[in-house]
Write a protein that binds this ligand. Structure first.
Ligand SMILES: O=C(O)CCC(=O)C(=O)O
Ligand SMILES: [Fe+2]
Length: 347
């Protein structure tokens, strides 16, 4: 497996969309209201499309401080290729197509087994080892404003101990005109593994159009929900690959532009991709996971199932709901199955 595959494709199921729709730049509507954790319009948007954006939910000064700390970590830990100019936080010319040095191979045992602490593939860098840093856990999953929204959607949350880390997309040297013709090819639509109920993607800096914004396939959470045997646990049915191909071939994905401090809440079954990027900025995003506080499998049980992903804050549920029970039933039964146990179902 090449470094590129390691970074961008191990999240994915066995899926190889034969044709893909290009993404459309999307500035999500602000459906919030003062003093409301979540308005009905926001909940309805989430139910319908599988995501909702809470604009500037994180305090700007806390985000700036987190980005500075992330830079320090990056400069500390990332080797540059011999002869490549050093990366500098305040010199944008050094951000373009950085040539990273060689990293040690992915550990096969120990705390980082299965996924390197830092993964880089070309312009993508995933700082997983920063994922449990206090400042990040406080900024995103344990931030009261974030947690209230997650709880309003999902209900009783499992305590959060980490994020997946900071995912940076660096600018590359390319001709925007030419890049424009390759938008669909640049996308890697996929669904994540382990236990997927609710996720957050928080922007640590502004994300302009075609600047790598998190890209979602609206409505795909409903289709993908029924392509799994269980409601939350990774359990693709035989038709999964075909369903993925249909989503990638037929759904116009939305590239979410945004501002520093925006938080995108997305349903765990939503098909998504890192966004196309031919801008000059670095796309900085923190990914976090939320799930119900139910009984989960042990780490060893996850290893046996090939589902141990140390950098995520989810675990397989021991008593997950079987989705197949609503097979052949009407739309209401499907809807009921999909939101069973979620707080939003009983609002
Ligand atoms: O960086 C992104 O925008 C997406 C990353 C992603 O989907 C993943 O790592 O599973
Ligand atoms: Fe993903």
């Amino acid at each position: 497996m090449t470094a590129g595959e390691d970074a961008r494709e191990t999240e994915t199921a066995p899926q190889a969309p034969s044709s893909k729709q290009p993404s459309q730049v999307f500035d999500a509507p602000d459906l919030s209201a003062p003093n409301k954790v979540l308005t009905d319009a926001e909940t309805d948007f989430f139910v319908r499309h599988g995501f909702v954006v809470k604009k500037r939910l994180l305090a700007a000064n806390a985000v700036d401080a987190a980005r500075d700390r992330t830079w320090r970590h990056l400069l500390d830990r990332m080797p540059m290729a011999p002869g490549n100019a050093a990366l500098r936080q305040h010199d944008r010319s050094t951000w373009v197509s950085p040539a990273w040095g060689t990293m040690p191979p992915t550990p096969t045992d120990g705390p980082y087994a299965g996924r390197a602490p830092i993964v880089h593939a070309g312009a993508t860098v995933k700082l997983h080892d920063l994922g449990d840093a206090d400042f990040l856990v406080r900024l995103v999953p344990n931030n009261l404003k974030v947690r209230r929204v997650a709880a309003r959607l999902l209900g009783n949350l499992r305590p959060s101990c980490r994020t997946r880390g900071v995912y940076a997309l660096f600018p590359t040297r390319q001709d925007p005109g030419e890049a424009e013709t390759r938008i669909a090819d640049a996308l890697l639509p996929h669904a994540d593994q382990v236990c997927q109920q609710l996720n957050a993607c928080a922007y640590l800096d502004d994300v302009p159009p075609r600047g790598g914004g998190f890209t979602v396939y609206p409505g795909s959470h409903k289709t993908l929900f029924h392509a799994h045997r269980f409601a939350a646990n990774w359990s693709p049915l035989p038709r999964f690959a075909e369903v993925m191909r249909a989503v990638a071939g037929e759904t116009a994905p939305l590239e979410l532009t945004g501002s520093k401090g925006d938080v995108i809440f997305w349903h765990g079954r939503l098909v998504h991709s890192a966004g196309v990027h031919f801008g000059q900025h670095i796309r900085w995003a923190v990914f976090a996971d939320f799930m119900h506080n139910g009984e989960t499998l042990s780490d060893d049980e996850h290893r046996t199932l090939g589902q141990f992903e140390w950098f995520k804050d989810t675990r397989l549920l021991r008593n997950d709901i079987e989705t197949a029970t609503c097979e052949g039933q009407d739309d209401d039964a499907h809807r009921e199955a999909m939101w069973r146990g979620w707080r939003l179902a009983g609002r």
